[in-house]
Write a protein that binds this ligand. Structure first.
Ligand code: 5GP
Ligand code: ZN
Length: 141
């Protein structure tokens, strides 16, 4: 398997690394939405969000919180988006789990194109029922 993020973890490919620990690596995205757009990844290869073990996810999300705080302060951005794209339909292009931290500025002209739907009649409850039935068996977090 040839994975660009695994190559970055192994220092076989160059990147601007911001942070590295036993489980987590963070580096600048090569094609930023705004300058300072950052990726935070598990060092181990997992294909997507669902397949990351929860203990590893805890390491990554803690790093994301800290790094986002530093980005907010040091780049003086007005806000930031934290994004995970999962699957091709959702825009995932690199199949190695990663968070995006995207610094945002007033009038930066970047928008997620929203085409919002309306639930009709009982449809909202039907969707909720489908999801919560499964969650009952998942226990507490
Ligand atoms: P995805 O679309 O999978 O959510 O995000 C993958 C991200 O990885 C993209 O934003 C893309 O610009 C970034 N990326 C892809 N290849 C490289 C690379 O070789 N180096 C760096 N630093 N970023 C990359
Ligand atoms: Zn990988």
């Amino acid at each position: 398997m040839n994975c660009i993020f695994c190559n970055i973890v192994e220092h076989k490919a160059h990147s601007e690394i911001l942070y590295e620990s036993e489980n987590v690596l963070s580096f600048l995205d090569i094609n930023p939405v705004n300058f300072g757009h950052t990726l935070v990844i598990t060092k181990k290869h997992y294909g997507d969000f669902i397949s990351v073990p929860k203990n590893e996810l805890a390491h990554v999300i803690k790093a994301v919180q800290t790094i986002a705080g530093v980005i907010k302060t040091k780049l003086n951005c007005d806000g930031f988006n934290i994004v995970i794209n999962n699957g091709i339909a959702a825009g995932q292009t690199v199949k190695h789990f990663h968070f995006h931290i995207i610094p945002r500025f007033h009038n930066d002209d970047f928008r997620f194109k929203l085409n919002l739907k309306k639930y009709s009649d009982n449809l909202m409850k039907e969707y909720a029922d489908k999801i919560r039935a499964e969650l009952k068996f998942e226990g507490t977090f």
